[in-house]
Design a protein around this ligand. Structure first.
Ligand code: TXD
Length: 318
């Protein structure tokens, strides 16, 4: 049986890490596409030459020709500019929407049956554009942001409590912007509410609340924190790992419940927009959108985040 084929559009920082992760996990054969000549070819050759050391049996091909993505099962899009210090994700909309239109045409022509995971920023708007241009069904065009935002939130909780990251469950909802919604009430350590653990640690409810608020704030600004340190670009290891979890759940039909930028049709009171919510990802792409009760405060934060997404998406004039 043929190995799955994964096309990575954009061979920059995230694209390169994605190619290496696909190989190390033997998720499938990789085609890495970029408009810069030599860049994807060089990265693929470099990764492939590590295969005897790491022991993986997948093919890696770097290309500047969309034809090479033909037959891809999964396409992951990172093409576009990253942020520089002082920029918001939304500042990228003009330049990246031009790139996203081209990329989506290429995917539509050469990989019409593929599942597409968009990573490029501003994420919610870029996924919307990709779906519109490809015309693919909503279950096959999704965006990665929530897995990363949630992983950042979970990391901060684990570090604060001195527990393994493996035992922390934490999730963010909403758009991939400064108004994202880290869900405090549902954050837990093996099912035990994080707020209870913080209150026990500090023996003071107000202090526990303050510590949690700081973690929520850090989560919302976590992308910018990395940009400020790197100065030349944005986070790339963690976004690549996050998209890999989504691709793996689809390719291996794992049915994991992952926060996904998904097209909502009434769920969480949102109609006709792509927003981050928990979804079951399996062989059919989005197999379920998981809805649950938000309290008034959470719903208000969600509404604010969705309003920001709407403003940006509506400016695209699709
Ligand atoms: O969680 C998330 N969704 C994100 C998203 C987290 C971090 C960064 N995120 C965004 O991903 C970031 O704001 C950017 O919009 C993308 C890609 O970030 P990366 O760090 O990989 O950017 P690079 O290194 O600049 O790589 C982008 C590549 C680069 O090699 C360009 O030559 C290429 O995109 N590029 C193109 N490829 C194909 N087609 C076209 N038209 C094109 N234009 C540029």
């Amino acid at each position: 049986m043929a190995r799955p084929k994964i096309a990575l559009i954009g061979g920059g920082q995230i694209g390169g890490v994605l190619a290496q992760l696909c190989a190390l996990r033997e998720l499938g054969d990789v085609v890495l596409f970029d408009i810069v000549e030599g860049l994807p070819q060089g990265k693929c050759l470099d990764i492939a030459e590590a295969s005897p050391v790491d022991g993986f049996d997948v093919e890696l091909k770097g290309t500047n020709d969309y034809k090479d993505i033909e037959g891809a099962n999964v396409v992951i899009v990172t093409a576009g500019l990253p942020r520089k210090p002082g920029m918001s994700r939304d500042d990228l909309i003009e330049v990246n929407s031009k790139i996203m239109r081209q990329v989506s045409e290429g995917i539509k022509q050469y990989a019409p049956e593929s599942f597409v995971i968009v990573i490029s920023n501003p994420l919610d708007a870029m996924v919307t554009l990709c779906q519109k241009v490809t015309g693919f069904p909503y279950n096959r065009v999704i965006g990665q942001a929530g897995v990363l935002d949630s992983a950042r939130f979970a990391s901060f909780i684990a570090w604060e409590l001195g527990v393994s990251v493996k035992d922390v469950t934490a999730m963010t909802l909403g758009g991939h912007g400064d108004d994202m919604v880290p869900l405090v009430r549902y954050a837990s350590v093996n099912g035990i509410p994080v707020m209870e653990l913080l209150e026990r640690k500090y023996k003071d409810k107000a202090k526990a609340k303050e510590v949690m608020e700081a973690m929520v704030k850090r989560t919302r600004g976590a992308g910018g924190e990395v940009v400020a340190l790197l100065k030349t670009g944005s986070a790339f290891y963690s976004p690549a790992s996050s998209a890999m979890a989504m691709a793996e759940s689809i390719i291996r039909d794992q049915k994991r419940v992952l926060p996904t930028c998904a097209f909502l049709q009434g769920e969480f009171g949102v109609n006709g927009y792509y927003v981050g919510v928990p979804c079951v990802l399996g062989a059919e792409g989005i197999e379920q959108i998981i809805e649950f009760e938000l309290d008034a405060e959470e719903q208000a934060m969600m509404d604010k985040s969705v309003a920001a997404v709407k403003g940006l998406v509506d400016s695209l004039q699709l």
